[in-house]
Design a protein around this ligand. Structure first.
Ligand SMILES: CC(C)(COP(=O)(O)OP(=O)(O)OC[C@H]1O[C@@H](n2cnc3c(N)ncnc32)[C@H](O)[C@@H]1OP(=O)(O)O)[C@@H](O)C(=O)NCCC(=O)NCCS
Length: 215
């Protein structure tokens, strides 16, 4: 059996939360630039709970090798024109925590991009997380997950797929897939009230870039 015959992309089932989270802890969170770029290094429970809360939407996907081993994952869910207000409330609720700092940056991204208003659409499928097992990077698996989520979004009647790329690698992937770049916030320009840089991800990650695909 060759590599591509051994690989399957499918929707995450409702009872697969634990397996999905185990994969994300191993191959997504450790490197994801916002998680890695502010202390403590581990994601908070509220962050993990938020990602898992997307499973019922049917827009979370895994790449499975050999029938059962998860080697890639994508977490996505719908958002609408009220996302900026929703995120502003979440920032207040989680203020003073690592998840609150992450939400603070995502809320600023949402204010600056306002994708539903900008594109005149009621909703979008937003990609919250994307991770590939490091042993299988550079083989097009991230691209396969992105095209599968676009198919799911289309089937569910959403006119856009959006993603805030915190990593240089995910941004490069979206650019190659023809997504439109609509906003960039540099980490060294995103400061707290004391003028201190909030996220200090390792090189080569320098910014969060928002990309959009019209379906
Ligand atoms: C983003 C991610 C899913 C991309 O993986 P992918 O789809 O396999 O990557 P691509 O096919 O676009 O890779 C293009 C090239 O970059 C390399 N590359 C991709 N991610 C890399 C990484 N994290 N570190 C070093 N090199 C990486 C690939 O090996 C490939 O190299 P090649 O051209 O020499 O073969 C992957 O980097 C990842 O899982 N990162 C950790 C979690 C994360 O930060 N997610 C994004 C947050 S928005």
């Amino acid at each position: 059996m060759n590599f591509s015959e051994d690989i399957q992309v499918r929707v995450v089932e409702s009872d697969e939360g634990e397996a999905l989270m185990q994969f994300l802890l191993e191959h997504y969170y450790r490197e994801e630039p916002l998680t890695a770029g502010c202390s403590p290094p581990e994601p908070e429970q509220a962050d993990k709970d938020f990602l898992l809360s997307n499973i019922p939407h049917g827009t979370c996907l895994v790449v499975v090798q050999g029938g059962s081993r998860i080697v890639g994952a994508l977490v996505a869910g719908p958002k609408d024109a009220h996302e900026a207000e929703h995120l502003a409330e979440e920032v207040v609720e989680h203020s003073g925590t690592k998840w609150g700092r992450i939400l603070g940056l995502l809320a600023r991204v949402e204010r600056e991009t306002n994708v539903c208003k900008r594109y005149g659409v009621p909703s979008t499928i937003h990609v919250h997380a994307l991770g590939i097992d490091p042993r299988l990077r550079g083989l097009g698996l991230g691209a396969r997950l992105m095209s599968a989520v676009a198919e799911r979004a289309r089937a569910l009647g959403h006119p856009l797929v959006t993603v805030d790329c915190t990593s240089l690698y995910s941004a490069g992937l979206m650019a190659r897939l023809g997504y439109e770049l609509i906003n960039t916030i540099r980490y060294d320009e995103y400061l707290d009230e004391f003028g201190q840089q909030v996220f200090r991800p390792p090189a080569p990650h320098d910014s969060v870039k928002t990309y959009v695909l019209r379906l």
